[in-house]
Design a protein around this ligand. Structure first.
Ligand code: FES
Length: 164
């Protein structure tokens, strides 16, 4: 059966295989959630319910852990996650203006994803590159000394208009 059909039927073989591979099933919830996010990019409701059934724990416990830790995404993110640093060094060098320009350029607010699923805008705290403030990260790539005027160029780079 194809992966999509299995998922539609409420079967998640990658989660099963990962869970089965764990030597200690106690404390499996967080590792299983990590695995699910790695596979699906976020934690859809159906997957959370499946994990609750699989681990034989209440769904409310799964949901509670998934919402408590900020590293878990409950909503599907864009292909490119734009994160503007709002740490002190970046903030005093104008990162809020950079964030506002991304919101304007992409037509969505912070934490939102563009309707085509390409970009999600977010903010982060200091990433340890204060010498490059203001800092923007797009997925794992770091941009330093970003000004509002650079925003369109960065966006175009990911739309294939600007080249790498
Ligand atoms: S405050 Fe932005 S990298 Fe440190």
């Amino acid at each position: 059966m194809a992966q999509e059909a299995l998922e539609a039927a409420g079967s998640y073989p990658e989660i099963d295989a990962f869970y089965d591979s764990l030597p200690d099933k106690n404390g499996a919830l967080i590792p299983v959630l990590h695995k699910a996010q790695e596979v699906y990019g976020y934690l859809p409701k159906d997957v959370q319910l499946y994990i609750a059934r699989k681990l034989e724990i209440p769904a409310s416990k799964v949901f509670g852990v998934a919402t408590f830790y900020s590293l878990f995404n409950l909503e599907k993110k864009g292909d490119y996650r734009v994160n503007v640093c709002l740490g002190t060094a970046c903030f005093v060098r104008g990162s809020e203006g950079v964030l506002a320009e991304f919101e304007k350029e992409l037509g969505v607010a912070r934490t939102e994803t563009t309707s085509d699923g390409t970009f999600t805008i977010g903010s982060i705290r200091c990433v340890g590159a204060c010498g490059l403030a203001p800092v923007v990260m797009v997925n794992d790539k770091v941009y330093g000394r970003v000004t509002p005027d650079d925003v369109k160029h960065i966006v175009d780079e990911y739309l294939g208009k600007g080249g790498e």
